[in-house]
Design a protein around this ligand. Sequence first.
Ligand SMILES: [Fe+2]
Ligand SMILES: [Fe+2]
Length: 218
Amino acid sequence: MAATTSHRGEIERSAERHVDALVLLRADHEQVDALFKGYEKNKGKWDSARKRMAAMEICKSLSIHAQIEEEIFYPACDAQVEDAADLLAEARVEHQSLRDLISKIEDGRAGDDRFDAEVKVLGEFTRHHVREEQNELFPKVHKSDLDRAEIGRLLARRKAELMAEAGPDRTAMSKGTAEAQKHQKSQKKLDHELKESFPASDPPAATIPTIADRGPRK
Ligand SMILES: [Fe+2]
Ligand SMILES: [Fe+2]
């Protein structure tokens, strides 16, 4: 889908934001985690159309996140972060596994038990992958000379482009459930935090708790 004028405005605004790359990626991780939790919590009462819509939202968010990491963040880490080659190679392989499962879900039938199982396993794979990024890769990035403000600006811009290409407001698709509304609120809060310029050189990791910080999933 071609970017409309308002989408283009949003893309330009995203390019001007001062966003630390690590804060942006952590925020993405939190948002995807909230979508998985919403699915698990509500799948018993959702009909197959609603399940499919929620699963597609998860797949789209995760695909866009993986794409901006592969296009912008990982290459920047290749160039600037010491001792990260193994982690980056592993992360790329894990992205491919996530994509394979995403394809299965996109081709699946939301009425099958298998569909729920695939969404659940995608959530488990994603949590594992996110834990490694946040606990192993991000600390190395933090210590490196990588320009997190510049990479953050590029990530924000590319994410806005991909979201505009992907179609209408993703959150509008999930209107109507308390979980989705909670997700929308947390998304707005995160957007607000990202817009409010914090010092780009020092990400306030403590203000956005990581998935790993919260311990094992209940
Ligand atoms: Fe990743
Ligand atoms: Fe990530």
